[in-house]
Structure formats: C-alpha cells, structure tokens
Write a protein that binds this ligand. Sequence first.
Ligand code: C2E
Ligand code: MG
Ligand code: MG
Length: 578
Amino acid sequence: QAQLSLLDKIFDTTVEGIVITDTNGKIEKINPAAQRILGYTPVEVIGENSRIFKSDRHDLPFYADLWGSLKEKGIWQGEIWDRRKNGELRPLQMTITSLFDSHRQANRFIGVFHDMTEVRTQEKKIHFQTYHDALTGLPNRHLFLDRLKIALRHCKKDRKLAVLMVDIDDFKQVNNSLGHTIGDLLLKQASVRIRECVREHDTVARQGGDDFILLLEDISDIAVATQTMERITESFQTPFSVNGKQFFLTVSAGIAIAPDDGTEGDTLVSNADLAMYRAKEKGKNTFSLFTRELNEKLNRRLELSNRLRHALENDEFVVYYQPKVDTRQEKVVGVEALVRWEPEPGTLIPPNEFIPLAEASGLIVPLGEQILRTACRQGVIWHKRGFSVSVAVNLSPRQFAEQTFLATVHDALLDSGLPPSLLELEITETLMMENEDLAIGLLWKLRNMGIRISVDDFGTGYSSLAYLKQLPIDILKIDRSFIKDLPGNPDDVILTATIINMADCLGLEVVAEGVETSEQLQFMDEHGCLLIQGYLFSPPLPADQITELLDKPGRWFREQIAAGRSMDIPYEKDAPCE
Ligand code: C2E
Ligand code: MG
Ligand code: MG
C-alpha cells in the first residue's frame, strides 16, 4: 500500500509529463505535468486516442520509425512536436517505453516527456545573438561572411555579386561630441535607411562601429551596385532626427564585384574596404569602385611598409626644418621639425606617404623618439650659437598613448640640454578628442615641464571651444587649407579672421601655415597674425641650410617679401599633392 501511494505521489508531482496508453494508443492515464504541458484535463483525454496530440510537423516515415522502434526495442526516444488543446505546437523531448505482460507481450505504452519550448527559444536567441548585431538587429560580420561564401558558391556563370563597404563619415566625432546614446540612435536610424535602399534578399550587415557591409546577390551588372549606393547617398540627404534635433550624416563606400575583383570572400571584403578608403580620400560622401590601380597602390603601400621596417635600423630618416618667421621682428623665431625618408641618396619620400604606415605598424613610436631627440640636439646647437629659436616637433596619437611618453620627452630634453621653453610639441585636434582624459593629464604635465603646446592643422578637426579654454595650449596653427585661397575666397577670409581673433581673445599665439604669396602675407599682417610659416620664406630645409638662414640679416625678409615666392623648393615641388 505504502509503495503504491509513493508511486502515485511521484506520478502526480514529477515535472515530467507522463501519458499511459494501451497498445492501440487509447489514453488511460495522464499526470498533472502532462495536463499542464498539453492543456487538457483528464476527463477530456482519458479514453481518447493519443492521436489527438498529433501535430502536422512530422511525416509518415517519422511515425513509422517511432512505431517500429517501439515494437522492436520497446523504446523510442526523440524530439516530437505535439499539439496542445488550444492548437499551439510544442516541441517535446520524449521517451516512449513499452510495458510487457508475463507472455512478453506489450500491453501498455508510457510516454514520459518534457517541454522544450523554452530551451528552443533560448537557443534561438543565442543563435540570433551570435549572428546578429545587438544594436541594429542586422546580421553581423560572421553571418555576412557565411552568406557571402554561400552566395559565391551559387553565383551563376553570367551573373555577378557585389560587396559594398559603407562607412558613416566622421562618426567618431558624432559620438564624441553628442555622446554614445545619440550616436546609437543615429546608427539605428541609419541602418533602417540603408536596409530600405536594397532588395529584400540582399544582406545588410553591421561590422561594428559605423561600418556597414552589404551583399547584393545575383546582379546582372555593376550598375546595380552603383545605383544602390546612389539611393543610399540620396536617402541620407534627409536629416536624421533624434530627440527633436536634426542631424546630417553622409556615407563613404567602396564596391567590389565578384568575379571581376575577386572570387574569395576575404579578397572581396578587403578590396571593398580599400575602395572605401579611396572614397574617404576623395573627400567623403561618395563611393568608389575597386580598381587594379588601387590594388597597385595597395602593393606600393605594402612594399613601403616592408622597407620601412628596415629604414630605422639603416638610419634612412632625415629631419628637415621649416622656419617660423615673426614678421614684426623680421627674424626666424622657431622651426618645425619635419621628417623625410631617404631610402637612397637623392630620393625623398614625403611624410604623408609613410607616417600613416609607421602609425599603423607602431614604428612611429621609435621613429618619433628619434625625431624628437634629433630635433632637441639640433635646437641646442642653434641655441649655443646664440639663436633663440624654438623647435617644434609633431606628435602622432600613437606616441602620445605610449606609457613611456613623458619619460621619453624628459629624457630627450635632459640628454640634449635643450631648455624646455624652446621645445614645442604639435598635437592635432583629433589627438585631443580621441584621448580626452589622457590628453588633459599629459598636456598639463608637459606644460609643467615648461614645454609649449601647439594645435596643428587647426580648423580641420572638431575641437570644441571649451577645450581650448581648458587645455594648456599655447599656439594655434591655422591649417594651410584655409590660407591657400586667401584673400580671394570670402569664406576663408572670414574663417581665418575669426580664428586669429579667437586666438587673440584666448591669449594664444597664432601661426599661419603654408603662406606662399605676398598677398597672403599682407592679409595676415592686416589681421594681426605675425607668425608665418610657409614657402614664401622657406620650405623645410636640412639643418645646415637653416643655420645659414639664421645668419641672414633682417633685410633678407624684406627682400623675400618683395620677391614674392622666390625660394627654390627642391623636394616639395615634386611632392605628390595628396
Ligand atoms: P604639418 O605638421 O601640418 O606640417 C606642415 C606641412 O606643410 C609640411 O609638409 C610642410 O612642408 C608643408 N608646408 C609648409 N609650408 C608650405 C607652403 O607654403 N605650401 C605648401 N604647399 N606646403 C607647405 P610635410 O613636411 O610634407 O609634412 C606633412 C605632414 O606630415 C605634417 O603636416 C605632419 O602632420 C606630418 N609629419 C611630418 N613630420 C612628422 C614627424 O616628424 N612626426 C609626425 N608624427 N608627423 C610628421
Ligand atoms: Mg606640424
Ligand atoms: Mg599643419
């Protein structure tokens, strides 16, 4: 009796559903767990055939296998979809066993099962999360590459497919200045717009950050891809709206086509990426197609990158100096150290070509240190000869982020004996914005060492005015792009005048970079910008030629101005205009 009551209790309380039928499937007993899972009361099912639970999810062979296995082995195990009373389907993990009588004849079937719905939902969720981007719900790079692989395999002979790399322009700045919350909302809206510009079966994936990557399958012509990009560009012309405010975003994109530009997924993606960078170089808000020339450019970069590695060991870098002239005092008050790469005598590779490579590879750190030390030593030579010229050295963000950065600067000053007040470090607005917290601390430490800080290429980045007030900045260098079209371009006139005025109000020195003509000089003079750096006075030159310049009397400057641009500019003349 006790045994039976114990078994009953187990039958009633177990979380596993249990249904007992006779060998024809007529239901004899159903426990509370099974009632819950299937949604029936005992009265509704006892005496009925277990067929009432049957769903249409399985075909005949499935049931044939089930019955066959029960007959042969007395057991069947597997996942089965059953229908609840309200019509819903449920995946059940099921074990059906036969009970035998004393003649070894089956006389009962016992189904023991539990509901897998939650497990399946959870699995689906995890699967989704593995292959999708949480913010936008779009496929991620992983899923994209999978789809691309399959699409490449199924690409028909006379058809093509396109990979589009789409990047939102200057999104980092959007994030930095508006905050990530708004940045995220904008990204979401952008993803919807991009999605609306492609066909139903095309893939739009988010790579992370502000990078989207698109797959257009089965297209007849490259024009399908360019038209898609035109649609996207156009759809971005309508401003985005977040919290009642309007924002304008643009995108740059690169397109690679299979099989023309590659037949492997990786190649296509990196070629599209390359084309995208080309679009950025062209001035953003545009797209470009991958081309052979781009590939050659890539190869040249790779080659340079390889040679660069040995260049430092082989002592192939030279530091040139460009004078900074004070037009009132009529003398050179400072120089900027500008590195050149001389792989063999007579060829000079300009910094714009190799600094980005050195930054990417990390070589900029030891290279930057070498430049700093060289410049400090040279500064001391001039100082000892009685010239009071400051030496400005450009810093790359990578150097700045180095743990040992301060110690390096300290060392360079100590080793050379250069008074810290004669050293200027040039940083960019981007450097300040990207390493916000780090920048504030480091800049103050540099200032406390007595070093002066200048903001290079001012006006091309996104520094906020608050920064200029808050950071220990001494000098603003107006970027050459503003000076170039002076005094003819009214926008540049206003901008330059404003920068000079602002610097004045904030008590900062202001330097005009890239002054080439006497008209530009006159403009600067009229607007009260006295510090001039540019070809009008001198291009960057080797140290000994600078020494000659320093020896020249004030008269030289007047002559220089009268002659307009008269210096012979050996290397800069041939320098490719990026
Ligand atoms: P930057 O620091 O803004 O340097 C000014 C650039 O403008 C120099 O180009 C200089 O030769 C050029 N320039 C000066 N006056 C004129 C002019 O009147 N007309 C024209 N057309 N150009 C003028 P450079 O030497 O080719 O350097 C380019 C950039 O490479 C520099 O821009 C700087 O960002 C980077 N760079 C150069 N040397 C170093 C270095 O030692 N370390 C780091 N991190 N970057 C460097
Ligand atoms: Mg500079
Ligand atoms: Mg500059």
